[in-house]
Design a protein around this ligand. Structure first.
Ligand code: F6R
Length: 612
């Protein structure tokens, strides 16, 4: 949530930061702004709306700057407006700050400052923290760096902040706790951002700043310190991502590009790990901890949103193939209840961004209780990847469309390999079934490609049902979480109310919604539940619901019960969700664009939920 960018160096800073904001817009897009510093003169410009609105606002202004910080916002405290947009300026007008996160005790600090006579020009927690820092600097007559350290020891909550001061013409000071910050190291220049996308064409050398660290960044110097004022040696890493990975590459939207990338992203996820002909799965994160994993008394899966749906599929996979009890938890619930976590329990954390605040806190809590954390993460080097004791990356590449698509199929592929490897080592799966599933899994990229060739059929279905007010998505077994995921995708990017349900559970309530205006999407692929699902289709048909079904090639029964259907290649039920979700992603996409919605930036959402 919220994207932040900063630049200090010999280039014109504004264009660098503006381009960076456009790339980070997926993190929040209700307002944006920049602070420019040039020859000791600080100016702040901000605008409600998307980054393009800010860009327009800036036309004709003097944009010369050696240093710039920029922010694209997802509102927490205070409505989206010009005045609540970042950067904020301190009372003296000399200090500007941008912030991603939430200062939880801001009300108390605001009261203290108000008692001293401070007035505020926005409703944000950010402006409070900024003035708190300035107040400390003035009262203690100390450096800005020291004032930031003192202030941060008093605040609770999450932050990544970037500050520039009129009197420090080449320095950006940054600090983080709970919200991401990566610094790009160029030749005589430095870039700061929420992720590396704003600067990958300039440098591939990066430093991920850790919680409770402060960075003092000048064009040719990077100093990292902890809040105790001790220097920390920056750990420089090499990025393995190309510019093309974060561009639309000829597609109308990132979401469509990412849906169509799935044959190759799933392949990349399996590549080097799964060898069907040798009958092996090579995953060092698992091999190195196999005793811990196979002897786990239970596994808990912690995630949010789409990643939580992947966790539900994994519950079915792991219980079936490894015979280990699995619980799937919403991170936001887990973190606040009093869960029983015992030493030896294994936690699988699933996250695309690796920065989801609820998931991070839940993991920290589980870790304190002695759990072993295995991360299934897409964003390399992200916080969750670093918190985990071991893990496996999904290798789906940067996911920029707000609705998660290729990350989900990557998560399923990793989780399936995990379950197979643990099950094989534990002896809870026969060699024959293991080998068959390896072949099934390695066939997935090709099968996804064949589904995508028929995307137009889904477009035709979307045209027919786009004006419905509600949708129901039903599935059983491995396809139940797929029904949840189909409903979530549609809600997110078409704003149509949709519910996912286990197909049989529908009789216990949702069936009351069924009439001849309700589209009901059945995920009715050929699996051990198929006959039961067909009975559920009969029940909907008898009540005149409009049935759209996702079926397996060669199914001769379901088409007769369906108003519309889409057929996908046959697959074992364990890998089928990786296929059956693809038409649902396409359905959501086409309904969204037919309704004129900006599917890459749907209202109220942000890609990386770094606040609780
Ligand atoms: C849905 C979506 C969200 C995320 C959720 C968790 O399309 O993108 O529901 O899945 O916010 O995010 P990660 O996986 O980054 O932890």
């Amino acid at each position: 949530m919220c994207g932040i960018v900063g630049y200090t160096g010999p280039r014109q800073a504004y264009p660098v930061v503006l381009k960076g904001l456009k790339r980070l817009e997926y993190r929040g897009y209700d307002s944006s702004g920049v602070a420019l510093l040039h020859n000791g003169k600080l100016s702040v410009h901000k605008k409600k709306g998307k980054v393009a609105d800010l860009e327009e606002e800036m036309i004709g202004k003097d944009l010369t700057a050696q240093i710039a910080i920029g922010h694209t916002r997802w509102a927490t405290h205070g409505e989206p407006s010009d005045r609540n947009a970042h950067p904020h300026l301190s009372a003296s007008g000399k200090l500007a700050m941008i912030h991603n996160g939430i200062i939880e005790n801001y009300a108390l600090i605001k009261q203290e400052l108000s008692n001293k006579g401070y007035t505020f020009h926005s409703d944000t927690d950010t402006e409070v923290l900024l003035n708190f820092i300035e107040d400390i600097q003035q009262n203690n007559n100390c450096s800005l760096e020291e004032a930031i350290r003192i202030a941060l020891k008093r605040v609770t909550g999450a932050y990544c902040i970037l500050l520039v001061h009129q009197d420090n013409p080449d320095t950006i000071i940054a600090a983080r706790k709970g919200s991401p910050l990566v610094i790009g190291i160029g030749k005589g220049e430095h870039f700061l951002a929420s992720d590396a996308s704003p600067f990958i064409e300039y440098t591939k050398e990066v430093v991920y700043v850790n919680d409770y660290e402060l960075a003092i960044v000048k064009p040719d110097e990077l100093i990292l310190k902890n809040l105790g004022n001790e220097k920390v040696t920056p750990y420089i890493q090499q990025l393995d991502i190309e510019l093309a990975a974060i561009e639309k590459g000829g597609y109308d939207h990132f979401m469509l590009k990412e849906i169509f990338e799935q044959p190759s992203t799933i392949y990349d996820c399996l590549r080097g790990r799964l060898d069907a002909s040798a009958g092996t799965i090579t995953m060092s994160g698992i091999s190195e901890h196999i005793e811990q994993l196979k002897n786990a008394p239970r596994i808990m899966i912690i995630a949010c949103g789409t990643s939580w749906h992947a966790g539900l599929v994994a519950e079915y996979m792991i219980e079936e193939l490894c015979r280990i009890p699995v619980e799937v938890e919403y991170a936001s619930e887990f973190r606040y209840r009093n869960p029983i976590v015992n030493k030896g329990d294994v936690i699988i954390a699933i996250s695309q961004s690796g920065e989801t605040a609820d998931t991070i806190v839940a993991l920290e809590k589980a870790k304190e209780n002695g759990a072993f954390i295995f991360g299934v993460v897409n964003a390399v080097g992200s916080s969750i990847a670093r918190i985990s004791h071991a893990g496996a990356y999904t290798h789906a590449g940067p996911e920029i469309g707000v609705a998660s698509t290729k990350a989900f199929t990557g998560q399923l592929a990793v989780l399936c390999m995990m379950a197979l490897k643990i099950g094989m080592k534990k002896g809870t799966i026969s060699e024959e079934r293991y080998k068959k599933l390896l072949v099934e899994l390695s066939d997935v990229p090709e099968k996804v490609a064949s589904i995508l060739k028929n995307a137009d059929e889904i477009k035709t279905i979307a045209e027919k049902y786009k004006d419905a007010n509600d949708f129901l998505f039903l599935g059983r077994g491995y396809n139940f979480p797929v029904a949840l995921e189909g409903a979530l995708k549609l809600k997110e990017i078409s704003y149509i109310h949709a519910e996912g349900y286990p197909a049989a559970e529908m009789k216990h309530g949702p069936i009351a919604l069924v009439d001849d205006t309700l589209p009901v999407v059945f995920i009715a692929t050929k699996d051990s539940y198929h006959e039961k699902v067909v009975s559920n289709m009969q029940e909907i048909k008898a009540r005149k619901g409009m049935i759209i079904s996702i079926i397996t090639d060669g199914d001769t029964v379901s088409p007769g019960l369906s108003n519309d259907y889409f057929s996908i290649p046959e697959a074992d039920e364990i890998v089928a969700p990786i296929l059956s979700v693809v038409p649902l992603q396409l359905l959501a996409y086409y309904v969204g664009i037919l309704k004129g919605i900006d599917v890459d930036k749907p209202r109220n959402l942000a890609k990386s939920v770094t606040v609780e």
